[in-house]
Ligand binder design. Structure first.
Ligand code: WT7
Length: 635
């Protein structure tokens, strides 16, 4: 079985060894998996192109490691517990045997509908067990999944489908979210009107709401299942074959298709899952993320299943039927390990303790957070009221691009420090660099966070545009992977993530590109130009502040704001809606025409003092700053 570190001494020793002899270290971990053919070489790499290959020449199928290999020993153990949106509807469980069978059946459905190794399949599904089943079914036959969060708009979905030229979309009729029913199939219909590569849409009946039906493309999920059996040998994949694409926001409007490959991703997600959460046989583990994000890929589906764990999938929202839902579900399913986002903790904290005290929460052993820095107050609330001061909180720092957790405590093994992600996992070599790219040595320092050596689950490329991958991650600091985060290393050598240093805003743990939101705003007929920045928000961590130049006079400011918010919601998705909009006569720009977001960020954050804005005399239009500051008062 994959190594599970059990003491601080062991962590120190293993870490040292993993840096001194990374290839030997990762080979030992990879040995614990099932391969059809062993690798010839553990690692080939250079960070200029970049070109990174792990377990070169190795052959495997990740689903045999997530499913088949567990059948003999834990076939009747629960693999997935699904908790529906409606607390009165029954939960559903799948044993490893049942999950294996369902995955093979759906893999045959994919094959029956013309999907072959290397084809791209787009997912636009709510958090139903079929999501996990179909993801694994893709991996079973070597098709590449591209999961799009089912809160994105039709045009965002279409962009992602077109970028990867997906042949198929998997969707549901609708989606339950709290009291609401949200259309899903209708969004897909609108999206694929502009997606020539789509041949088939397979729709799962879930809410029962009415949908339009296209006889040429549309297939009914349940009906397709009646045509197949549950025997499906796994496609033998090369270690470096692509397992999936997952889109993440970037500094241009076009999202990046982050590409992960089979072998390294499997080894690293399993290793990190077992070590960070210290999962023990029989534990019930619940990660509240959506499979539409990397957290769901790595730590609801692949990592836990490859480790033979019992993983909970939750369809609902934290505040339905009330703000006690998470804690009710923890008691109901006797959850031992609970992993969620700081924004959820803050939202529930704001609702008051009366939603927590009715629950025992006595099965919890380990708590986790992910997605953004957690503030001191939320950390202590989580520790005291949920963990009863008895559960370590693992603050896990990582990214879509890193595939797995990079810097985090190992629960009960390594030290905690509130608001710190603390120490790197074995095999991870973080460094801080200054603006010139020079490594900053020693402790009690701050800089740009980079990783200087490859790790198995790292990004391989951005789909269809390798140059973009090089530019964004490997060009700024030669020979290093640049994370886009600012970071502090304190006097004890512990890492604390400060936040993004690029044009990405983390709203409620969701990674949004300023350009993407601006493109959405600019779709409104009256908008001439816009600039968005993040500003601190009590619950969301950051929220979106939009500065907008409109044509002509505005009669009804509030009505126009509403319209623009509607446009963003439609063009990008509800998560990208600005919290604040300020109409401005102009935007501060450099002489080369670049918007000075630094100034806009300060104003959005409440700063009203021109002398804090840095040197504005070099601006193309310095006089605009005072006018933007003046206008900010009324927002
Ligand atoms: C960005 C990556 C990793 C899955 C969810 C987000 C921020 C993530 C932490 C943390 C402080 C964090 C970083 C990072 N972030 N985890 N524990 N502490 N910041 O994945 O959408 O790719 O976003 O989220 O800024 O770069 P993502």
């Amino acid at each position: 079985m994959t190594l599970q570190i059990r003491s601080l001494e062991e962590y120190n020793e293993v870490y040292k060894q993993s840096v001194a002899q990374p290839e030997q270290f990762w080979a030992e971990q990879a040995e614990t998996f099932q391969w059809h053919q062993k690798w010839d070489k553990v690692l080939e790499w250079e960070f200029d192109t970049p070109d990174v290959k792990w377990f070169v020449g190795g052959k495997l199928n990740i689903t045999e490691n997530c499913l088949d290999r567990h059948l003999a020993e834990r076939g009747d153990q629960t693999a997935i517990i699904w908790e529906p949106n409606d607390p009165n509807a029954p939960a559903k469980t799948y044993t490893y045997k049942e999950l294996h069978s369902e995955v093979c059946r759906f893999a045959n459905v994919l094959k029956n509908n013309g999907i072959k190794k290397g084809d791209r399949v787009c997912f636009y599904l709510p958090m139903v067990p079929e999501m996990a089943i179909a993801v694994l079914a893709c991996a079973r036959i070597g098709a590449i999944h591209s999961v799009v969060f089912a809160g994105f708009s039709a045009s965002s979905l279409a962009d992602r489908i077109n970028d990867a030229a997906c042949k198929m979309v998997l969707c549901s009729d609708g989606n339950f979210r709290g009291k609401k029913q949200i259309p899903v199939k209708a969004v897909v219909d609108e999206a694929i009107a502009t997606c020539p590569s789509i041949e088939t849409v397979i729709m799962l009946k879930h809410t029962g709401q009415e949908v339009a039906w296209n006889e040429k493309t549309d297939k009914n999920w349940a009906e397709e299942l009646t045509k197949v059996d549950n025997v499906c040998p796994a496609e033998i994949m090369d270690s470096e074959d692509t397992l999936f694409i997952l889109y993440t926001s970037g500094s241009t409007g076009k999202p990046k298709g982050v590409q992960h490959s089979c072998g390294g991703y499997m080894v690293y997600t399993t290793f990190s899952f077992k070590n960070v959460f210290q999962y023990q046989d029989g534990d019930v583990y619940w990660c509240t993320a959506d499979v539409g994000w990397i957290t769901g890929h790595s730590y609801i589906v692949y990592g836990p299943l490859a480790a033979g764990a019992t993983t909970v999938m939750f369809e609902g929202v934290p505040t339905f039927p009330d703000a006690g839902r998470f804690w009710e579900v923890c008691d109901k399913h006797k959850v031992n390990i609970f992993y969620t986002a700081p924004t959820a903790i803050r939202a529930l904290m704001a609702k008051g303790l009366e939603y927590v005290t009715p629950y025992k929460l006595d099965t919890l052993k380990v708590l986790g957070t992910v997605g953004e820095p957690i503030n001191e107050e939320a950390w202590h609330w989580y520790d005291e009221h949920i963990g009863k001061k008895n559960c370590p909180i693992v603050d896990t720092w990582w990214q879509t691009e890193t595939g797995g957790i990079m810097i985090s405590p190992l629960a009960n093994i390594t030290p905690l420090k509130p608001t710190f992600a603390t120490l790197p996992l074995p095999g991870i070599q973080p460094v801080l660099v200054n603006a010139e790219g020079e490594e900053i040595e020693g402790n009690d320092v701050e800089g740009y966070l980079c990783i200087k050596f490859p790790w198995p689950s790292m990004i391989r490329t951005t789909w269809g545009d390798h140059e973009r991958c090089r530019n964004v991650y490997f060009n700024r600091f030669k020979g290093k992977y640049f994370t886009g985060d600012g970071c502090r290393r304190d006097e004890d050598g512990m890492y604390r993530i400060i936040g993004r240093v690029d044009d990405v805003i983390i709203v409620s743990g969701h990674n949004l590109g300023t350009a993407e939101i601006e493109n959405g705003i600019n779709q409104h007929a009256r908008v001439v130009e816009s600039a968005v920045v993040g500003f601190p928000h009590k619950i969301k961590g950051n929220a979106v502040y939009a500065y907008i130049i409109c044509d002509g006079d505005i009669d009804d400011v509030d009505a126009l704001k509403k319209e623009i918010i509607g446009t963003v919601s439609k063009e990008v998705g509800p998560i990208a809606k600005p919290d604040k909009i300020q109409f401005v006569p102009g935007l501060p720009k450099t002489r080369s025409g670049k918007i000075m977001r630094r100034i806009l960020r300060k104003i959005a954050g409440g700063d009203r003092d021109t002398s804090n804005m840095g040197d504005i005399s070099t601006l193309l239009n310095p006089e605009i700053v005072a006018s933007v500051i003046e206008g900010a008062e009324a927002v």
